[in-house]
Design a binder for this molecule. Sequence first.
Ligand code: GLU
Length: 477
Amino acid sequence: MKQLRTRFAPSPTGYLHIGGLRTALYSYLYVRKNNGKFILRIEDTDQGRYVEGAVEIIYRTLRETGIVYDEGPDVGGDYGPYIQSERKNEYLKYAKQLVESGHAYYCFCSEERLASLPDVNGARRYDKHCLHLSKDEVERRIASGEKYVIRQNMPTTGSTTYHDAVYGDITIENSELEDQILIKSDGMPTYNFANVIDDHLMHINCVMRGVEYLSSTPKYNLLYDAFGWERPMYIHMPPIMKDAQHKLSKRNGDASYEDLIKKGFLKDAIINYIALLGWSPKDDSEKMSMDEMQQKFDISGISKSPSIFDPLKLAWLNSLYIKEMSAEDFADYATPWMENGFLAKFDKTLVCKLIQSRIETFGEMEDKLRFLVEFDKFDKDLYTNVKQKADATLAKEILPAIRAKLSAVTEWTNQNLFDTLVNLSAELNCKKGAVLWIARIALTGLAVTPGGASEIAEIIGKDETLRRIDESIAMLN
Ligand code: GLU
């Protein structure tokens, strides 16, 4: 059996959208499982869509996420060029070969004529007007400098069938296929033509891509047949939706890989989540490392039905990855999130310890910790905690004692502060939970905070702790 060769063929649009990254990931996983080769091809022939720096984003994202390609523009290989525009001069030659064999023809129709063709459900199908021009006339018109395109000559009867590994047998009546343009009037190939030539020249025998190409594939297969080339195997992937009606797309303002990184998701969690958008392993596991995914990946686990991108599930998965990071890794990763804002003034290790198990994304850090720098008047009902038998009356009674004990602490550590508060509860003969609750409310004015009174006091420091308690005492009077 021939070695499996598949490719990821993004257009450099300035970002790697989630669907594209999923195609790359599935291709990579499939290839690794089957000892094949994974190839990166940059499809940049649509110059109108070209964005400066976009190719670097593709390289960087794949490198960062561990989706390693065996051949590509920046790593080389035996079947280049790996950038479509560098193969520009080849396509015309192949199109002319099809003209010779009767599978394509020159078309000189003007924009006006095309616009005057009957409108069938919003599309104006080309009517093969130029198919029957004589060879002499074609040569004369080309020589006189007339503009032309080259069109594929579709059969008008019969049907075309192919097998897709996910969607099964796909059959299309040939009469439904339009004589699509292969070479545009500027001499450049259309995507519809270039992808077939490229795949053939790069010895691609397995094409993995989004389901939006499922219905164009019969046209590509007719091209393979016309050249006498072997058709590749096809694996089309289900759409990724934002909700039941709308496709997820960067053009609709939906997040790309880069956006998710900027929001504080970890690359491993993003890749793990993306893997689940349209595939599930036989054992239904959800949290998986790249190695585990490689072991479990199987085409039969790809679903035909659309999958919905669920930001809450991604956040949940991200929180699992955050929780299992070592304290050092967490602190390293959190550094860029801390160094430019108000968190920079606190002890990094203490802040990280407080927050690591309490965030789903790094982007939440500042919001969850804003109370470290903001302290406002608050409602005294917050002191009420039925279970701990705490309320504002008790707070008024014991806050002066809490203040006195804390002001006597010399070594300002969480453990010392905690012990001080617990000892005080015994002295006061009230529940330990009541003292800790009242101290935390007095320090933050918030019903819920990450961490308890002693952890928070340690981070904000002695002066600020005592200042806040004084203010809270004043609020109760
Ligand atoms: N350049 C196409 C895209 O970005 C690739 C489609 C294909 O894989 O053939 O959608």
